[in-house]
Write a protein that binds this ligand. Structure first.
Ligand SMILES: [Fe+2]
Length: 188
């Protein structure tokens, strides 16, 4: 893939009206993405995982499934799969697998750590039931059989932390060199 092929359509999605809608009570989709990318960067994650954190919810923009936080959620559009499918045109599993697994990672963490659920935002609690609820023990074993499960858990914790109203953020454009670098270094 050429460098320009990845950054331009991704930037268009994060410049769209949908990206400025509230993701939860505190932040927009765009702010949520920028905060998740920043947290991964601050944690010293490899470039592919930083890109995964930044773009983990791109599926919400692709399938346009956001339901206002004050309304009930009755179905799951599986935004994590839509996002991973979209990203596969430029990126390999180092980026796409943690994106695809970030909802499973929430269900996993709810299954293995009772105190984790209390840390979730209202929007994450609301979506938990339609996403399948906490993982059972056999589901946890299956989840850990994925070689990217640790990346998915790390991404999930940045995701959960990326809902702050008081964070100063760079513009999305500043991430384009990294997005394009990771896309161009992905084996074609
Ligand atoms: Fe998220």
């Amino acid at each position: 893939m050429s460098e320009s092929e990845a950054g331009e359509p991704i930037l268009a999605l994060y410049s769209s009206a949908a990206s400025h809608r509230l993701y939860d009570e505190q932040v927009t989709e765009l702010e949520h993405a920028l905060q998740a990318g920043l947290l991964a960067d601050e944690a010293g994650a490899p470039p592919e995982l930083i890109v995964a954190a930044l773009l983990h919810d791109i599926g919400h923009l692709v399938v346009n499934d956001l339901v206002p936080i004050d309304q009930p959620l009755t179905s799951d559009a599986r935004h994590e799969e839509a996002g991973a499918r979209y990203l596969r045109q430029w990126f390999d599993p180092r980026v796409c697998a943690p994106v695809a697994l970030h909802v499973a990672a929430k269900r996993y963490l709810c299954g293995v750590d009772e105190s984790y659920r209390a840390t979730l935002s209202a929007s994450s609690v609301r979506s938990l039931e339609v996403q399948g609820g906490p993982m059972s023990t056999p589901e946890q074993v299956r989840f850990r059989s994925n070689e990217r499960w640790r990346d998915a858990v790390a991404l999930r914790l940045w995701d959960d932390g990326a809902k702050r109203a008081d964070m100063s953020l760079p513009s999305f454009d500043e991430w384009l060199p990294l997005i394009n670098h990771v896309a161009s270094s992905t084996p074609g």
